[in-house]
Design a binder for this molecule. Structure first.
Ligand code: GTP
Ligand code: MG
Length: 136
């Protein structure tokens, strides 16, 4: 069965939304196969966000991800990669659809980086790569 790597980003952990986010994942029917809180390292984030290196939001994004603990999880289920991204909603929390994690729980805070609560892998290849980064 398919696997994906999700992160509750520092804004989600700081706001005490980890449980609410995992509740939605479980209510949808996905299995949590691994779960751990981390203080991310610069090396982990450089690997995790390699596709964004050189973009204007890269350094603010990395600094934000270093600003507090993150919770990483491996989820399992049929079509879980698209399923979790659907639960998460679109990137910008201000306009993400109500009913989604970002749409219901997120907003703009006037900062350089989009604080949007969660990450979810976007393909089978990135899921396997990202599971390796966070869970070895
Ligand atoms: P992830 O699940 O976190 O990967 O989100 P995503 O797939 O919806 O977005 P993407 O991979 O394109 O970007 C990764 C992260 O960088 C986003 O979640 C945002 O936190 C941030 N980001 C992406 N695009 C922008 C942008 O145009 N401006 C700013 N300020 N931040 C951005
Ligand atoms: Mg992405």
């Amino acid at each position: 069965t398919e696997r994906t790597l999700i992160l509750v980003k520092p804004d989600g952990v700081e706001r005490g939304l980890t449980g609410e986010i995992l509740r939605r994942v479980e209510a949808k029917g996905y299995r949590i196969a691994a779960l751990q809180q981390f203080s991310a390292t610069t090396e982990q984030l450089a690997q995790h966000y390699a596709e964004h290196e050189g973009k204007p939001f890269y350094q603010p994004l990395v600094d934000f991800m270093l600003s507090g603990p993150v919770v990483a999880a491996v989820l399992e289920g049929e079509r879980v990669i698209e399923g979790f991204r659907s639960l998460a909603g679109t990137t910008e929390p201000t306009t993400a659809a109500p009913g989604t994690i970002r749409g219901d729980l997120g907003r703009d805070w006037g900062e350089k980086v989009q604080k949007n609560l969660v990450h979810g892998s976007d393909s089978v290849e990135s899921a396997e790569r990202e599971i390796g980064i966070w869970f070895g």
